[in-house]
Ligand binder design. Structure first.
Ligand SMILES: Cc1cc2nc3c(=O)[nH]c(=O)nc-3n(C[C@H](O)[C@H](O)[C@H](O)COP(=O)(O)O)c2cc1C
Length: 150
């Protein structure tokens, strides 16, 4: 799987108490156009797992090549993930990261068994694209790549 180059995302959600959760994910893809469905796979071992599989809404940020710091921060187990960076609250009530290539806002469509991960399928209800943002952040052979610099 290290030979499969992918984009990098940060899915976010909130639990019933209103606490924000997020993690770095490369297991993300488009599933269907009608209805518009995407999937992301949180690990059962993730601190954010329960918040995601129990959520009614979540949103996914597609990171730009200058956002490897965000990817690294959200790949760590820490409670202050949202305290640094350009975060604001979006209309869906969840955190939104300025500077991402795109933000896809979803309602939970299905949660499937994916072994030690869940397969979380979201129906896209809103999507924002930052046309001014540049190249995507890529992950290949366990390293982040800037497709413009490399
Ligand atoms: C590039 C990259 C891609 C990742 N993709 C996933 C993924 O698709 N699913 C997943 O559960 N964890 C993935 N991880 C690991 C999580 O980001 C990491 O375990 C994180 O600590 C989980 O956060 P949490 O435990 O605070 O919820 C990835 C990490 C990196 C660096």
């Amino acid at each position: 799987m290290t030979q499969f180059g992918s984009g990098v995302t940060v899915p976010v959600t909130a639990d019933d108490s209103g606490r924000s959760w997020g993690f770095t994910a490369s297991a993300f893809c488009s599933v269907a156009l009608d209805p518009p469905l995407v999937l992301v796979c949180p690990a059962r071992s993730a601190e954010s797992y329960n918040a995601f599989v129990n959520s009614r809404r979540f949103a996914i940020h597609i990171l730009g090549s200058d956002q490897s710091d965000v990817a690294m921060r959200f790949a760590e187990k820490r409670t202050d993930k949202f305290e640094e960076g350009r975060w604001r609250q979006a209309a869906d009530g969840l955190p939104a990261l300025d500077g991402a290539l795109a933000r896809v806002s979803c309602v939970t469509h299905a949660v499937h068994d994916g072994g030690d991960h869940a397969i979380l399928i979201g129906r896209v209800v809103h999507a924002e694209v930052d046309e001014a943002a540049g190249a995507p952040l890529l992950y290949f052979r366990r390293r982040f790549l800037d497709p413009v610099a490399s």
